[in-house]
Design a protein around this ligand. Structure first.
Ligand SMILES: CC(C)(COP(=O)(O)OP(=O)(O)OC[C@H]1O[C@@H](n2cnc3c(N)ncnc32)[C@H](O)[C@@H]1OP(=O)(O)O)[C@@H](O)C(=O)NCCC(=O)NCCS
Length: 413
């Protein structure tokens, strides 16, 4: 067993990267010292933790605070978990559980309301109270079959990386503010993502940056993409890989799709991190030109502070419910444990601890799954995780947490 889980010091960062990359060997992290030098200034070492076996790092775990847009357009600071690894020589000895316990204690002591992560494998995080909250679709558009119901509005311009770096973050922020489930991106991340700086070990990709402008000239959408050549029998069937496409409005997004679908020599657009319900299909004369290749969960959510989380988001219906939250961590006394009265309406919500009888008892992971409105509570509890004390309370909680628009997160971390 490791002797301790603790934040690392400056000098331990190369060893921390070495440990992490020994597990994520497919991850394009470069030589550990070079990676440490490159990333150090942008990492909070107090939130960069390791599990030690003697003086050897055998587990890594990092968090960073990030704005998370919640239903109703509000935002709260979430703790984003990343770089979770345990050396293959030390797996299944409880090291991840020890690092999770350490992080959940840290997050509750810091008064953080919500944790988020992207899971490498589905079965890992439910036991720690995380639930699958947003979904992603991998879509393919056959451009030669794509005819649009309306003409595009505005204009599209292809720009160099430096200009993209000036324009894209502002457009993204406008999109993010209106997109529940989406998280913030730092300046450093933009520098990396838009090719302004090159992380050691990461292969360079020839990314193309397209900016959409509304009719008044305001930049209000962007697409970043690259291509793969495919010529069979002399016919150009190139594949366009859409890394990202965001707009401050649906017409801006649509105009970018129209631009991409018009590019010569391209037969296929593959877009792998899109909404589960892609609005594009409703703008096509033949929606079968767009196919969903794969549907999967993306962002997992964990509530640490139930009242803070439930009052931060908006509601589309009105109801008042007493919810008993079960948080099995720490022998059934995890930070979300408690009975809370949620009084919510489209005008706002209160959520306070109460001694009143519960209408419904919910596992914290089910509540996390339903928190952003993208997973129905009734689905999250199909195989257990809820007990109804008042007839109909589960259906009422399900309806209260659901949202008309789909939450979506497109940001890998
Ligand atoms: C996932 C990983 C961090 C788990 O670490 P670990 O120290 O082996 O996990 P623990 O020993 O603390 O496991 C705790 C429990 O979770 C279960 N578990 C852990 N990883 C699991 C997995 N991948 N699939 C299914 N169950 C898993 C264990 O069986 C154990 O269950 P139990 O309490 O019923 O015995 C480790 O296997 C790893 O580094 N994997 C490769 C990298 C990766 O996928 N990281 C996650 C990034 S999101």
């Amino acid at each position: 067993m490791p002797t301790e889980v603790r934040p690392i010091g400056d000098a331990e960062l190369p060893a921390w990267f070495e440990a992490a990359s020994s597990v994520f060997f497919m991850w394009p992290w470069g030589e550990p010292q070079a990676t440490a030098d490159f990333r150090k200034a942008h990492m909070d070492l107090d939130r960069t933790r390791a599990a030690f076996d003697g003086d050897r790092i055998v587990g890594t775990f990092r968090t960073f605070p990030t704005p998370l847009t919640v239903p109703g357009g509000g935002s709260l600071t979430a703790s984003a978990v990343t770089a979770v690894t345990v050396r293959s020589t030390h797996r299944r000895r409880g090291i991840l559980s020890a690092m999770q316990a350490d992080d959940i204690a840290r997050a509750s002591a810091a008064g953080e309301a919500v944790g988020v992560l992207i899971a490498s494998e589905w079965p890992i995080y439910g036991r720690y109270g995380y639930g699958p909250a947003t979904w992603r679709g991998r879509w393919t558009l056959r451009t030669r079959a794509a005819r649009f119901k309306a003409d595009p509005i505005g204009t599209v311009e292809v720009v160099a990386a430096k200009r993209a770096r000036e324009l894209i973050p502002g457009i993204y922020e406008r999109y993010r503010a209106g997109q529940p489930g989406e998280i913030g991106r730092t300046d450093f991340r933009w520098d990396v993502d838009l090719g302004i700086v090159q992380p050691p070990g990461r292969p360079k990709v020839n990314t193309i940056f397209a900016i959409h402008r509304a009719e008044d000239g305001t930049p209000d959408g962007y697409a970043t993409y690259h291509g793969e050549e495919k010529w069979d029998d002399g016919i150009p069937d190139n594949v366009l890989i859409l890394d990202e496409l965001h707009g401050a409005s649906e017409p801006a997004e649509l105009a970018l799709w129209q631009y991409l679908a018009s590019i010569d020599l391209v037969a296929t657009i593959n877009a792998d991190t899109r909404r589960a319900r892609e609005p594009l299909m409703w703008h096509l004369e033949d929606a079968r030109a767009l196919r969903l290749r794969e549907l999967g969960e993306f962002l997992w959510v964990r509530l640490f502070d139930v009242p803070a989380a439930l009052t931060a988001r908006g509601y589309e219906r009105s109801d008042r419910l007493v919810i008993d939250v079960v948080d099995r961590l720490g022998g059934g006394n995890g930070p979300a444990t408690g009975r809370f009265e949620l009084d919510a309406s489209p005008h706002g919500a209160t959520c306070l601890p109460t001694r009143r009888d519960a209408d419904v008892t919910l596992d914290v992971a089910a509540l996390g799954a339903a928190y952003l409105g993208g997973t129905r509570l009734r689905d999250a509890v199909r195989a257990g995780g809820a007990t109804e004390s008042t007839t109909g309370a589960l259906a009422r909680a399900d309806a209260l947490l659901a949202t008309a628009d789909e939450p979506w997160c497109s940001t890998w971390f």
